[in-house]
Design a protein around this ligand. Structure first.
Ligand code: NAD
Length: 293
């Protein structure tokens, strides 16, 4: 069993850290939000007073932070100055590929094994330990990280070199962002055409319009019990985080000269919803905006 530092125990990191505890690991957790930290301490993590304190003596360091700036700051301030050689570094946050590669390079100068390992599946999969995890890094780093990733996920993919996990994740979330806008638009249109939402759900869930946004996160209440719509769009995947991911994809597409017209439109819808003050609500909440238009 290993000593693991877990930094960032929010909607996703919290249940991921608890699964490592259940697997018998010793997890020292840190988060700047006391209520998030208290929740995982109740579940069996040890409480660290700071990120630097969590890292002290850790064989494995896992970060699950909102965005690239947070990862960059935590690595530069707390992780890199305090780690010893051969520590296994796993960044599960979704961040831009270039920033991830820069962190990999710094970790290599410390003789550490690092992977970028962004995840997919939402809070339910984080709780169940059934996440899909997209990994970038050397073969040695993948081998060192894999036993811990297997505890948190069910589908672990080696996507290639440093940053490759982030590239695949960015493409996945661009598709997810587009699919939720089309799912919400379709349900609002069906409502206006007098179609019962449950009937619509049952038909499309076994038709060619089926997608994760429908089957796992349907934005209409009562159809998928675990969907954030049934919890007033609380928890889940914050709209501000979806905008971050859409913007990562748009920036990468611009740099690569790849056309993303539909993604641009979808990103604008999330931005409008965020500008209404709904950035902390689950991204499926855009159905409220679409219904009101
Ligand atoms: P979250 O905001 O719920 O959790 C992030 C946590 O990091 C928060 O508790 C915050 O307090 C903490 N934090 C921020 N700065 C910190 C610092 N300097 N030191 C310690 N803790 C710090 O976000 P989340 O939904 O858990 O998402 C985390 C990452 O996973 C994001 O990159 C997101 O894009 C990605 N992701 C989220 C989902 C989802 O469904 N929520 C799914 C897949 C991937």
């Amino acid at each position: 069993m290993s000593n693991i530092a877990f930094i960032g125990v929010g909607n996703m990191g919290g249940p991921m850290a608890l699964n490592l505890v259940k697997a018998g690991h010793n997890v020292l957790a840190f988060d700047i939000v006391p209520s998030s930290l208290d929740a995982v301490v109740k579940g069996g993590c040890e409480k660290a007073a700071s990120a630097a304190a969590a890292i002290d003596g850790a064989e494995v360091i896992i970060t699950m932070l909102p965005a690239g700036d947070h990862v960059d700051a935590v690595y530069n301030t707390d992780v890199l100055p305090n780690i010893s050689a051969h520590t296994v570094l796993i960044d599960c946050s979704t961040i831009d590929m270039a920033m991830s590669q820069a962190v990999h390079e710094k970790a290599a100068t410390k003789d550490c094994l690092m992977v970028d390992a962004p995840v997919s599946g939402g809070v339910k999969s984080a709780v169940n330990g059934s996440l899909t995890i997209m990994v970038g890094g050397t073969a040695d780093a993948f081998a060192a990280a894999e036993p811990y990733l297997q505890v948190m996920g069910a589908n672990i993919f080696n996507c290639g070199d440093a940053g490759a996990g982030q590239a695949v994740k960015m493409c996945n979330n661009m598709m997810l962002g587009i699919q939720m806008t089309s799912t919400a638009e379709a349900f609002v249109l069906a409502e206006k055409l007098g179609i019962d939402s449950e009937k619509m759900f049952n038909v499309i869930n076994v038709s060619s319009g089926q997608c994760w946004s429908l089957s796992s996160y349907c934005p209409v209440p009562g159809l998928v019990p675990s969907a954030p719509v049934n919890n007033d769009f609380d928890g889940g995947f914050g709209t501000a985080l979806m905008i971050k991911d859409m913007n990562l994809a748009l920036a990468a597409a611009k740099a690569a000269g790849s056309s993303v017209d539909v993604a641009e439109k979808a990103a604008a819808i999330y931005q409008d919803y965020c500008d209404e003050g709904s950035g902390a609500k689950d991204f499926s909440g855009i159905i409220e905006l679409i219904r009101g238009r």
